[in-house]
Design a protein around this ligand. Sequence first.
Ligand code: NAD
Length: 544
Amino acid sequence: MQNAKAIVPKPVNEPILSYAPGSPEKIALKKRIQELKLQEIEVPLIIGGQEIKTGNMGKMVMPHNHKHILGHYHKAGEKEVKMAIEASMDTWSFWSKTPWEMRAAIFKKMASILQRHEEQTLNAATMLGQSKNVYQAEIDSACEFIDFLNFNCWYAQELYEQQPTYSPDGMWNRLEHRSLEGFIFAVSPFNFTSIAGNLPMSPALMGNVVLWKPASSAVYSAHFIMQLFKEAGLPDGVINFIPGAGSTVGPIVMKNENLAGVHFTGSTKVFQGMWSHIGENIQTYKTYPRIVGETGGKDFCIAHESADIDALVSAMIRGAFEYQGQKCSAMSRAYIPTNVWKDIKDKYIAEVGTIKMGDPKDFSNFMNAVIDQTAFDSITEFIDFAEEADDAEIITGGQYNDEKGFFIEPTTILTDNPKFRTMCEEIFGPVLTIYLYEPMDWEKTLDLVDKTSPYALTGCVFGQDRKAVEDASKRLTHAAGNFYINDKPTGAVVGQQPFGGSRASGTNDKAGSMFNLIRWISMRTIKETFDPPKNYRYPFMDEE
Ligand code: NAD
């Protein structure tokens, strides 16, 4: 039985440190980056607290200098996946009965370790292994991760406080917030260290045991997250770390009768494949697995002719190109009225022209490299397609080079075809496509925004005219799970803008909220009667 007492203080969002010249955080971070660069680490699997080495190795490199090896990691095969399932199930009976305050204390301690910013290991690892600049690393692997840890403990408490509203005299009605019966498969993407940590952590907080498969291109930072879980006191076997190929690990996990849930963030295609697998195996499971997935996006910006031009230009640049456009929420299609475009075109092109790109260790770089060769090839194929198309023109960037690192210039495509391929498909790179519309077609354009892509993750409207903002907000009700008014569509903050999308963008269970945590419990209703009837007959049955 879980007891709910007001013991977790209400958290506030972690402040973003400035990393100004001479600041202690900047000195510590630079030192840690240098230390990590000089080492080649070996990353084992962690199963039931034991380090496992399979000898089947993957390489960890820096995307901005891909000949520089950060280390190697061991990949899980069938044997290790089965061991991990066994270890998690052995831990389940103890962990699912551990009082929730004890579980929360571990994750709050982890937040506190990260808050001290002493070592800067996770920020440094994210910068080196995922090629993020210092600001992008700080808002991810420090602030958002700390917020996930602290806010989830608060939301768990709120959830555990939910009880039936009424118990008549002589009776007590209660809800017991049980963990799920089985293990959770947490599968994380490469692009956010905080998401990687949150996917295994949130089910574990709710008393579940977890198999965590990180993305192959982000095993480096994931390894340091595992070290933090241990340092914070997480018992062995609660989160089992099994890097490896998704196509090897996934099918073995999803065939297992004890699968109780999937906590996924990544592409729509992979998620749909996993869901199909679960469907095929539905008769195998002891319980219906909870399927939670946050997936792809084709995030929009619609500008009204009343838009503030400077704000729009800045939102386009930050929204489309920060972290090289590798955010599920990145702006990737913009609809701009012709009369506004006249005024912003030169300014936009000039501003994009000032963007510096390179190694994250040079803090003046706004952009760095895309994650790996596969991403580089896929993104540049879209650029080549636009280059050759008759109905599109590249107005910024368009150049790329993978000799040293996977660098792609911030690229803007202008098209007169609202269904041009790069207006519809997720690219997941620094490419923004702009379609110009006539101001009198405002309403028609809203319908276009709604119907152009299967996704519905994020989107924004820019305009000073309140009626226009309201039109967009209503017409686009189902086009985005996170909708922004006069702001870029990226940068959701835990506790402020719970994150997730619908349609092909996911199950919209809102990471970093009570609504996500509710998926990791299964409630038992308990009715206790203090004075039960001792005779089956009702009064109406009495003869007159
Ligand atoms: P991805 O789908 O390629 O990989 C995600 C994870 O799935 C990785 O760990 C990968 O190894 C694993 N995987 C691949 N095949 C699998 C299989 N058959 N079984 C089990 N696991 C398998 O995604 P990515 O390239 O790491 O991340 C980019 C994608 O993630 C984009 O589409 C982006 O929009 C999406 N994303 C969405 C959100 C969101 O909140 N909606 C957040 C971040 C990223």
